[in-house]
Design a protein around this ligand. Structure first.
Ligand SMILES: Nc1ncnc2c1ncn2[C@@H]1O[C@H](COP(=O)(O)OP(=O)(O)OP(=O)(O)O)[C@@H](O)[C@H]1O
Ligand SMILES: [Mg+2]
Length: 309
């Protein structure tokens, strides 16, 4: 499989602050890769290093088989980049700004820009500085996508977008993937990327906390179980069962309700429950957002999701 991005032992010290700490990561060509982490985790730092906008303290970066430092000009033509703090000359009209940026990339058909602007509901005749934050972000999206680059590197692309436009953006990502383009995108929110991403990395305090396929993360997430009983039950009957955590038992109208998380086989829990009259049983997967929060706060995924420090 071809590699689109390869980071090896990447470290960035900002004086006393550590931006990134010995980070290694490989993104395959053609994949949609979600890069998740809380504020200050090092997402933008990673992205700026990929584009040679800043230089690493140590470690190496290869993008589309090239060294971004040595091949900056050639590389930038093959990449669509949306900065987290996208800024352009505010006096220009959005359309002028985009045709200027298109020319820099060797020319983009006007119809392509019109089509993207139309889908995102961006008014090309408006002056950039008169646009709202979300509408300015659309200019950033159009300039990243318009030349159909091999690799899209998007730093918080959905920031400021309303839900409908977010949906349009996700469709644009899905189309890019279908066309064989690679997409690397950062976000704070799992639900934004899980619909389109093949894999996600979770970064925390400059280090990788997890990298996996969205499917595997989902499979690994725990079950949340709720059982209703016709009679009273005690927490002690269930607390020590294998895989059971976060147990609560509450009484209601002569019956009782048990909730817990379950890791692994449900057999022991089901057998213990079956000693009583079960009136209802529900089990659902912990959602990825919750899993993600556990990584955020440094906890073990599936453990109680509150802060652990
Ligand atoms: N130019 C800089 N000088 C000093 N420290 C910096 C600089 N840029 C980033 N940092 C620090 O590096 C760490 C990572 O910052 P970075 O901007 O990469 O985080 P991020 O994951 O993009 O966060 P956000 O979600 O807020 O955009 C932070 O602690 C930040 O304060
Ligand atoms: Mg950032």
């Amino acid at each position: 499989m071809n590699t689109a991005i390869e980071l090896t032992g990447l470290t960035k010290d900002y004086g006393s602050r550590r931006g990134l700490d010995d980070l290694s990561l490989r993104v395959a060509a053609g994949e949609v890769f979600g890069y998740l982490g809380p504020n200050g985790a090092g997402k933008s730092t990673t992205i700026r290093l990929m584009l040679d906008l800043i230089r690493p303290t140590s470690g190496t970066v290869r993008v589309l088989g090239m060294d971004p430092r040595a091949d900056a000009v050639r590389l930038h033509r093959r990449i669509g980049y949306l900065a987290g703090d996208f800024v352009v000359d505010g006096r220009q009209r959005a359309g002028e700004c985009l045709s200027f940026l298109g020319d820099l990339r060797g020319g983009v058909p006007a119809a392509r820009v019109l089509d993207l602007a139309d889908r995102l509901e961006l008014d090309l005749s408006a002056r950039v500085r008169s646009l709202s934050k979300g509408n300015r972000q659309k200019v950033g999206l159009v300039q990243a996508f318009m030349h159909r680059p091999e690799l899209l590197i998007l730093d918080e692309p959905t920031s400021g977008l309303d839900p409908l436009v977010q949906q349009t953006f996700l469709e644009m990502v899905a189309e890019a993937k279908a066309a064989g383009q690679t997409v690397f995108m950062s976000s704070h929110i799992m639900s934004e990327v899980e619909a389109v991403a093949d894999r996600v990395a979770i970064i925390r305090e400059g280090r990788l906390a997890a990298v996996d396929t969205v499917t595997a993360l989902r499979e690994r997430s725990l079950l949340r179980v709720r059982i209703d009983f016709a009679e009273a039950v005690t927490a002690e009957e269930f607390a020590a069962l294998p895989g059971v955590t976060d147990l609560t038992v509450t009484g209601a109208e002569g019956g009782a309700t048990l909730t817990c998380r379950l890791d692994g086989r449900p057999d022991a829990l089901v057998k213990a429950a079956a000693r009583h009259t079960v009136t209802d049983l529900r089990a659902e997967n912990q959602d990825l957002e919750e899993l993600f929060h556990a990584y955020y706060t440094g906890g073990r995924p599936g453990a109680a999701t509150g802060p652990t420090r």
